[in-house]
Design a protein around this ligand. Structure first.
Ligand SMILES: CC(C)(COP(=O)(O)OP(=O)(O)OC[C@H]1O[C@@H](n2cnc3c(N)ncnc32)[C@H](O)[C@@H]1OP(=O)(O)O)[C@@H](O)C(=O)NCCC(=O)NCCS
Length: 144
């Protein structure tokens, strides 16, 4: 049975491994520069939520999000950062359970996230659970 719970600062080493696993899956391991110590502090923040899915006490997936406010709507919303299920566990409903747990925590707030144009399997998954997908370019600027 899958158990979904909110990660605490003590889970930082597990959280670090899961984030690395997603980054490796996406061939972006180089992008993970966060340390276990950084994660300990992040997991203590009230605006950060990280849910871990466990099977028999073993982490098999996660969803993470930040609380944000929309200037146009004036409403709070949840900005999903990541959704990930480990390879052997995919296709058995864990991802949907994580999204349902997020919806429950959202308490009626809108949930927003980004998905790569090339990630067709994840796009099918999101559409199947009832989400709407629209295309937009993502800006990134490191001012010097
Ligand atoms: C996308 C993801 C979170 C879905 O979790 P999941 O537990 O496999 O999802 P569920 O079992 O609830 O639903 C299965 C659906 O996920 C999709 N899916 C995506 N990748 C899959 C995979 N490798 N194996 C099986 N199903 C996959 C399928 O479209 C499937 O939908 P279908 O049954 O209509 O074909 C998971 O496959 C995953 O971690 N993928 C790699 C990381 C990723 O792409 N994350 C999203 C970034 S935006």
């Amino acid at each position: 049975m899958i158990n979904i719970r909110r990660a605490t600062p003590d889970d930082a080493p597990t959280v670090h491994s899961l984030i690395r696993a997603l980054a490796e899956h996406q061939d972006q391991a180089w992008g993970v520069t966060v340390s276990v110590e950084d994660l300990k502090q992040m997991l203590a923040r009230p605006d950060v939520t990280y849910l871990i899915a466990e099977r028999d006490g073993q982490a098999v997936g996660y969803v993470s999000w930040l609380e944000r406010i929309g200037f146009w709507s004036g409403q709070d919303y949840l900005h999903l950062d990541d959704l990930y299920v480990t390879g052997a566990e995919r296709g058995h409903g864990v991802g949907e359970q994580l999204m349902r747990a997020t919806a429950e925590a959202a308490g009626g707030k809108v949930i927003r996230w980004e998905v790569a144009e090339t990630n067709k399997a994840a796009q099918r998954f999101y559409t199947r659970i009832g989400a709407t997908l629209t295309s937009k370019k993502i800006g990134r600027w490191q001012p010097r």
